[in-house]
Design a binder for this molecule. Structure first.
Ligand code: 5GP
Length: 178
């Protein structure tokens, strides 16, 4: 493995491409016939690579917004706290919104964000995650569009980091824990 710190590849570039294509088709079919633009909201920073690929596979009029929340800091253990570091640019009242996440692990982050979004009175809220790690779930999250379910391993690449590193890997790899 040329990238030091990555033990092995879990999801290849080809698998990522196929998965994003499928999710784009599912989302397109789900919202077909809608009258207003879809608001696609990416949760920074982990979702930005997935988000960039995903929106190009959604064949509908849409607008994009981002929200930054703090999750793990520089480690691999969740603190359980979710803080909004950067809020949305626009109101989502009366709009159809699609929340895009890189990975749902305990569900703590996403469940809190979904509640926060629902309090802003959108017309609908649906959620899409690239990866799902259900074995560690402690907070319930209804995932409408799910990419790939993975075992309980800490993964990096395709936007996911360890201490801000590895986000640029074109595949998803398992971190070599020291
Ligand atoms: P949750 O609140 O569901 O436990 O965690 C959600 C956030 O934790 C994700 O958005 C992601 O930033 C981080 N996270 C959870 N599991 C992993 C993982 O395996 N690798 C990386 N890089 N981040 C993870």
């Amino acid at each position: 493995m040329p990238d030091t710190g990555i033990a092995r590849i879990l999801i290849t570039e080809d698998e990522i491409k196929t998965t994003v294509g499928r999710l784009g088709a599912e989302i397109t079919a789900c919202y077909k016939g809608m009258t207003e633009e879809l608001v696609v909201i990416g949760l920074l920073r982990g979702s930005f690579v997935f988000m960039a690929d995903l929106i190009r596979q959604i064949k509908l009029p849409l607008i994009v917004d981002f929200m930054a929340v703090s999750t793990y800091g520089d480690g691999t253990v969740s603190s359980g706290d979710v803080k909004v570091a950067m809020d949305l640019d626009q109101s989502i009242e009366g709009r159809d919104i699609l929340l895009v996440e890189d990975i749902v692990d305990t569900g703590n982050t996403f469940s809190k964000i979904i509640r926060m979004m629902n309090n802003r009175n959108p017309r609908s809220v649906r959620v899409c995650t690239f990866l799902d790690k259900p074995s560690r779930r402690t907070a319930h999250v209804d995932i409408d569009f799910c990419g790939i379910t993975i075992p309980n391993e800490f993964v990096c690449g395709y936007g996911l980091d360890y201490a801000q590193r590895y986000r640029n890997l074109p595949y998803v790899g398992v971190l070599q824990l020291k």
